[in-house]
Design a protein around this ligand. Structure first.
Ligand SMILES: [Zn+2]
Length: 468
């Protein structure tokens, strides 16, 4: 079901409830849709249209079946509205959202990725550092991408920014080749062969097959197996959310993105790890989505970057946060103590724990997050001004769903004029980046044992159903 209020906002509808007749009138542009509670019917401009279920009321909100959109709303608006249930998209008008279905074959020395694209869509394929990017001329993609098990060659296949498919390359990547084939009924087929380095890495030899951009960065500080392989760096706020404002007009979202991008490059170069940004531009990203991105990419650490604000203009210094469980009740506290058998399972069931509540995800990592926060605080203290309350616990929403050690760094007070100037400056941003890289290396080196075995599945969001 869709909440009628949500549809009203999206499509500029007015909803009027007729308490006498017990009906609902939805006005879309000049057309009216009349709904009657208990009846699986809608009248659109006097024409009756069947719905799979009647509208229902929950509290003060009305809900309509999702098919209300293509069946009733589209004719009322006179606009094509296409509902793609599996990908949870509503396509309005003539937008270009090609379906992309991927499959992989592991052929030993090469992995073949096949993308079937319907309808056939112009695209460009290019290598950018340790990624191959397939960029489509489209608004977005309706993509189903395969999982694969060839981390040496391709670490991940994912949907990237804009309408792109991104292949994150592994250390054994040598070269790639592509071919475009016409598919059936107006579709297209893209085949990408990702090929292993031909030489078995002789000490001083260079692989002629590998373009220079794929050679590893010079200062590799590689983790032992079981260490940190993937780090998610979260640039706080973005898009419609500016975050805090400085007296000189600096926006928190601009500072966090700049530091996040620098931190990504530095971590990739110094640790040889994969770093994923929750946003790589001025985009609005939901808080839960940020943690979900980290969970879906099996990140080993989550670092969220922010700039602080205070009504006291003199407030200054960096602060490091990890999650406080107090707001999250007894269940979270029990999870933190390792009483996993007490975990509720979303959607029913009690014992066989495969998924855990979104709110519980971070609970099991509180101790590791505290240890990480301690290293980060010590690292920052070597290079930048610290607040009197340098390390704290707080119930930050962005940390709650993270299924790995997670910290939030307030790099300084943007509301302090002097700190505002520092926050946008190259030397200060570099100090923050250097401190964080050093801290993460120290944290990694102190990891005596691998992570405690936790549930492998991504946690479910409350109300979002159980994800496999
Ligand atoms: Zn913030």
């Amino acid at each position: 079901m869709f909440a009628l209020d949500d549809l009203a906002k999206l499509f500029e509808l007015t909803v009027r409830e007729d308490s006498l007749a017990g009906g609902l009138t939805v006005t879309a542009r000049t057309q009216s849709i009349v709904l009657t509670p208990g009846q699986s019917l809608a009248s659109v401009g006097g024409r009756l249209i069947s719905l799979p279920a009647p509208p229902t009321r929950d509290g003060r909100s009305w809900f309509v079946p999702v098919d209300f959109v293509p069946r009733a709303l589209a004719p009322a608006l006179g606009t094509p509205l296409e509902l793609r249930k599996p990908s949870r998209l509503i396509l309005v008008g003539g937008v270009r959202v090609p379906r992309v279905a991927g499959s992989v074959e592991n052929l030993g020395a090469l992995v073949r990725l096949t993308l079937d694209v319907a309808p056939q869509t112009p695209h460009a394929i290019a290598q950018d550092g340790n990624r191959i990017i397939v960029k489509f001329e489209a608004e977005t993609l309706d993509a189903t991408l395969p999982a694969l098990s060839a981390p040496d060659l391709i670490q991940n296949i994912r949907v990237g920014d804009g309408a792109s498919v991104v292949l994150d390359l592994g250390p054994r990547f040598g070269s790639f080749r592509t071919s475009d084939l016409p598919g059936d009924r107006g579709s297209g087929r893209i085949v990408i062969d990702v090929i292993t380095q031909t030489t078995a890495a002789p000490p001083a030899g260079t692989s002629p097959a590998a373009p220079p951009s794929t050679s590893p960065p010079p200062l590799l500080d590689l983790a032992p197996s079981g260490g940190i392989r993937t780090i998610v760096v979260d640039a706080g706020h973005g898009g419609m959310e500016d975050g805090a404002h400085g007296p000189g007009g600096t926006l928190e979202k601009t500072v966090t993105l700049s530091v996040a991008q620098r931190l990504k490059s530095a971590l990739e170069a110094r640790l040889g790890v994969r770093v994923i940004l929750t946003r790589d531009g001025d985009a609005t990203v939901d808080l839960d989505e940020r943690a979900a991105l980290a969970n879906n990419n099996k990140a080993d650490l989550f670092v969220s970057l922010h700039a602080n604000a205070s009504v006291r203009a003199s407030a200054a210094g960096a602060e490091v946060f990890y999650l406080s469980l107090e707001e999250y009740g007894d269940q979270a506290q029990r999870v933190a103590k390792g009483e996993t058998e007490a975990l509720p399972v979303f959607g029913g069931g009690t014992r066989d724990i495969e998924v855990i509540l979104w709110e519980m995800a971070q609970a099991r990592y509180i101790e590791e997050s505290a240890a990480l926060a301690k290293e980060v605080e010590a690292g920052l203290r070597e290079r930048v001004l610290m607040s009197p309350r340098a390390i704290q616990q707080a119930p930050f929403r962005v940390l709650v769903g993270a299924n790995m050690p997670a910290v939030l760094v307030e790099m300084g007070f943007i509301t302090n004029a002097e700190q505002e100037r520092q926050l946008v400056s190259e030397p200060f941003q570099s100090s923050i980046v250097q401190s964080l890289v050093d801290s993460i290396i120290r944290y990694r080196d102190k990891l005596a044992s691998p992570r405690p075995a936790g549930p492998a599945a991504a946690p479910a969001r409350p109300g979002g159903g159980v994800r496999p």
